[in-house]
Design a binder for this molecule. Structure first.
Ligand code: ADP
Ligand code: F6P
Length: 457
């Protein structure tokens, strides 16, 4: 039996969050915003896990999107999601900044869940449909799906970095992962380096004939290309022009005691984000008196994430200890040098925070793209504000007028923060204008349409 969806997104998560027992709310984020209109135009569906373990739900419609929940048992959440996806692949693909766990039990769960996603996609897709599979949790799905449904056009996009051969080589299941991805017609990466790592590995591990960006698999050609993801520039730009956002931004600054400089970090509390390194640099500036008492506040928003994975538990303890120490050592009555929040915020509050921040500090040790950097740029139509950006974020390829840093170089980060804090307005404006031009012309809509155009070509 064939399904009826002529356009299908397959992702680990559905694009909705639960509110209360039975209600759903569209998840924030560019991917949903970019894809929702395509789904509406093409009779599309989105297939993914709804976020609760051990619960089976029937397909449902929400906000013009047809959603097909894929169930995961408690053990699968532990072994496939927290385990193979986030304790094996995540650290391996991010330069092994934490040690990957290699376990056959986790691998078996990953295979089983990928197989379930592939079968559900095969059931939902109409003849000749376009199926777009997202991210590292589902790398086996392209080949599994092709086996079940050779009539489909299959695309895959990896949102995180694809590692160099020297690192990928560690993976005991390197051959299976590559074969899984090669089930797609088009494999998309954030950066050209990811695409060339993939082509090189297909050549070396599987002995496949390949040119710069094409790999021959039996009688098919699989293409590997870079498509840097982006944000919904237009809607953020519009949002921050609303007076209540500016009022809220002023309020935030007042609540922080109206310091001369507000520095901001917004990240999932992940060890790839370099939060500890940036706080160390800021702490040294306080210790050396280069930032005087009361002069600056560093707001660090650390979104809760993957809270049962060991490395994340350790990271949270380390960061909270570091924040506590710095505030204890340098704080005054009525002034804490760091404002740390382990919470989620809605889009409007985040936009107001971006507008309130003089210096946005984005210092990942490795990051596929980093949308926060692009969101900050999209929110600064006033041409004020400085972006300090790690060379190791995918966004560094495009945001060349940011204050670039190597997050492993603490002195370099201190210099960049100080420069950004004291830069004259005309230089801030010059840089921000150029950053905005790039993000405005390369928004998330362009990302999705470039990928789909190439997939269907
Ligand atoms: P990653 O995909 O690794 O989390 P990105 O920077 O690419 O990193 O994307 C993070 C997304 O999550 C951004 O769209 C950002 O606005 C959002 N986000 C980050 N922190 C919060 C928070 N505390 N509350 C709500 N959204 C957040
Ligand atoms: O961008 C990487 C990514 O893992 C996405 O696949 C995911 O939507 C996001 O980060 C948040 O992670 P999680 O789904 O594990 O909370």
């Amino acid at each position: 039996m064939r399904g009826t969806s002529s356009f299908l997104i397959v992702a680990n998560r559905l694009p909705v969050d639960r509110v209360g027992e039975k209600q759903w709310r569209r998840s924030p984020g560019g991917l949903v915003t970019a894809i929702a209109p395509v789904m509406q135009r093409r009779d599309g569906a989105w297939l993914g896990w709804h976020g609760a373990a051990g619960e089976e739900l029937k397909p449902f419609d929400h906000d013009g999107m047809h959603l097909i929940p894929v169930p995961l048992s408690q053990l699968e959440v532990e072994f496939y999601y927290e385990g193979f996806s986030n304790a094996t692949l995540w650290p391996l693909y991010h330069d092994v900044v934490a040690t990957p766990v290699y376990s056959r039990v986790l691998w078996d769960a990953y295979k089983a869940v990928n197989d379930r996603f592939a079968r559900a996609a095969a059931d939902a897709a109409a003849p000749g449909a376009v199926v777009w599979i997202q991210d590292y949790q589902l790398q086996l799905v392209p080949a599994m799906l092709r086996k079940l449904r050779p009539d489909l056009k299959i695309g895959f996009f990896l949102h995180i970095p694809f590692p160099p051969a020297e690192l990928f080589w560690q993976l005991p299941w390197r051959k299976e992962i590559l074969e899984g991805l090669l089930g797609a017609d088009l494999v998309g990466f954030q950066r050209p380096g990811g695409a060339s790592n993939f082509v090189r590995l297909a050549r070396r591990v599987l002995n496949l004939p390949a040119s710069r960006n094409e790999i021959q698999v039996d009688d098919r050609i699989v293409r590997a290309e870079a498509y840097p993801i982006s944000v919904d520039f237009g809607s953020l730009d519009q949002l921050v022009r609303e007076p209540h956002i500016m009022t809220r931004a002023k309020e935030i600054r007042a609540e922080l005691g109206n310091p001369d400089h507000v520095l901001l970090g917004v990240d999932r509390l992940d060890y790839t984000k370099g939060i500890g390194q940036r706080l160390k640099a800021y702490g040294e500036l306080l210790a050396e008196g280069r930032i005087e008492p009361g002069e600056a506040v560093f707001v660090q928003i650390a979104t809760p994430t993957r809270e049962r994975v060991e490395e994340y538990i350790r990271l949270r303890n380390d960061i909270e200890l570091q924040v506590g120490r710095l505030n204890g050592e340098y704080g005054l009555f009525g002034w804490s040098p760091i404002n740390y929040m382990h919470q989620s915020y809605n889009r409007e509050e985040l936009a107001a925070l971006y507008c309130a921040a003089d210096v946005m500090v984005v210092t990942p040790l490795r990051d596929g793209m980093n949308l926060v950097a692009k969101e900050y740029v999209a929110c600064r139509h006033d041409l004020r504000g400085a972006l300090v950006l790690s060379e190791f974020a995918g966004a560094a390829d495009e945001l060349k007028h940011a204050y670039m840093v190597n997050p492993y170089d603490i002195d370099g980060m201190k210099r960049a923060m100080m420069t950004a804090m004291h830069e004259p307005p005309h230089e801030l404006g010059r840089r921000m204008r150029s950053l905005r031009r790039r993000v405005a012309t390369h928004d998330v809509d362009r990302w999705a349409s470039d990928f789909l155009k190439d997939l269907e070509a």
